[in-house]
Design a protein around this ligand. Sequence first.
Ligand SMILES: Cc1cc2nc3c(=O)[nH]c(=O)nc-3n(C[C@H](O)[C@H](O)[C@H](O)COP(=O)(O)OP(=O)(O)OC[C@H]3O[C@@H](n4cnc5c(N)ncnc54)[C@H](O)[C@@H]3O)c2cc1C
Length: 627
Amino acid sequence: MANFETVEVSTDLLILGGGFSACGAATEAAYWAKKNGLKVTLVDKAAMDRSGAVAMGPSAINQYVGVRDGENTVEDYVRYVRQDLMGISREDLVYNIARHVDSTVHLFEKWGLKIWTDEEGKYVHEGRWQLMINGESYKIIIAEAAKNAIADAGGELIERVFITDPLMDGNKCVGAVGFSTREEKFYVFKAKAVIVGLGGAVHVFRPRSVGEGFGRSWYPPFNSGSSAYMTLKAGAEMTCQEVRFIPVRFKDAYGPVGAWFLLFQSRATSAEGGEYMVVREDELKNWAPYGLAKPIPANLRNYLGMLDTDAGLGPLYMETDEAIQKLAEKYKDDEKAFKKKMKELESEAWEDFLDMTISQAILWASMNVYPEQKHSEIAACEPYFIGSHSGASGAWVSGPEDLDTPYKWGYENMTTVEAMFAVGDASGASSHKFSSGSHTEGRIAGKAAIKYILEKGAKPNVDMAQAEELKKKVLAPLDLFEEHKDEFTDPEVNTHYIMPRQFLHRLQKIMDEYAGGVTAAFKTSKSNLERGLELMDFLKEDSDKMAARDLHELMRVWENIQRMWIAESHIRTMLFREETRWPGYYFRSDTPKMDEENWKCFANCRYNPETGEWEMFKKDIWNIPGV
Ligand SMILES: Cc1cc2nc3c(=O)[nH]c(=O)nc-3n(C[C@H](O)[C@H](O)[C@H](O)COP(=O)(O)OP(=O)(O)OC[C@H]3O[C@@H](n4cnc5c(N)ncnc54)[C@H](O)[C@@H]3O)c2cc1C
């Protein structure tokens, strides 16, 4: 076996991940840990300053309720999320986050984040819930606060360690294992409570960008389904695993469209010039009541565009030139003012990409695009799993103590596995948390986890034989490569093993063709999903044949295995839900309508680690009374 040193780390609270939710968890937990003499340890596969989905820095904070200024109420936010998710949301969780999120945003500002203000000192909104920021250092600022809090409480931050598996003591999580992506070290973390904040998943589906731009995607490449894998493997109940997210973005470089729709009030049209949101308005009646209420859910907006594409009316375009001209129009009688306004709008258009998706600016530049002169192509991206954004997949977690709901069995944000908490993309059915809401949920869970440790946290009973077994399994791809690499002339072509990239292509092909990816025009059916599961079985059989040349490839192996698990839970849950509820995310051609009577419920699943069987079941929706 590869000769890696085993490093044991004992802690009270173990936070897995270093993104927005984990930073929130660390900041809050460290405060309570310090008061009670407890240790907090945070582990990230990358460097926390720039890790996670918005490492590059976005241009807006997407969740701010604005209670202080009487802009909205917390109940307004609950209604908004319910509407966008076609009635399927854990309103207790959404409510809990929404009532605390403003205070999180105020903390961000205190820590140094520049939130735009107008002449009266009020926050500048991009849309109803979004605040404009100077976001290029957003993640660094949030990470700095978390680092300071951990250091102040005598905790530990461990970067560049990839977490592979949970450590279990029956139905209780007692830690996790992982390996360093820089040194030959295998880590065994022992903890009284564990918070999973390992983000969502990208590259489960074949991306539009293959070959020439392989790896390019809307969701940055860092997150590979580790959250879902950890909770599934621990035996936790999951929810909404069928609810993937498909954003419509500028084509090929995945540039954001939010500023165009919200700030520039731009229209999206087919190649023939029809505005699909207007031309196809009647279709929305088929998805009532959600199709007829405002704002129109993101998936339905996607769907209307997809209908145009299916009808051969594509490509679709963002009418950037028209939007800019319209905004500058009122200055048209004053040539100097008009020129100044045009310059300002033009620079805002480029800035929107430069601070968040630089590659889109590069693509525009290389294709001689002048947004003020010519429209630009947009398209629906391949599917992603991001329960904190507009998807909803994640673990089924215990809700807030003070609401009278059927969803309480433990401490806030604890999964159905004892001592294991889930936050951000790791916790399901509470979409539209975004960066600020994920941080807020982390804070809620951080406080709850410390409470759990104080009230129930016993010394973790870690079976080192289990850890040793895991070490063997985790490092096996290195051994496999070493053993057989010289038997063939090309190290990548070998009858004894496959390389992680080859495995990834196979997974993506299954998902793309059978589970409603781009090639299948986001459509699937019972027969397709069943065939996908059959192929997935063969893929699983081959998963222990992946080989790795070095630490980087070892990480690729484990990323793929984690992706395979979220993929399977996705297929199984789409198969279980016998209706089409989010037609712009996926369309089940054999059950093409929404069925409010039978399927206005959560579709939950659980992998049973004892039997290796999957359990699928429905859970009732609970609405906040009067909301
Ligand atoms: C393209 C894009 C644009 C967005 N734009 C905005 C925006 O404009 N405004 C906004 O408010 N929100 C935005 N969001 C949403 C926001 O990024 C997420 O809601 C938020 O990051 C979720 O927090 P998280 O902690 O769950 O995941 P992340 O912040 O993604 O953090 C995941 C963490 O887990 C670590 N990790 C992953 N796997 C492992 C492993 N196996 N072992 C160890 N560590 C691991 C990662 O390194 C990372 O630190 C955007 C998201 C995307 C993808």
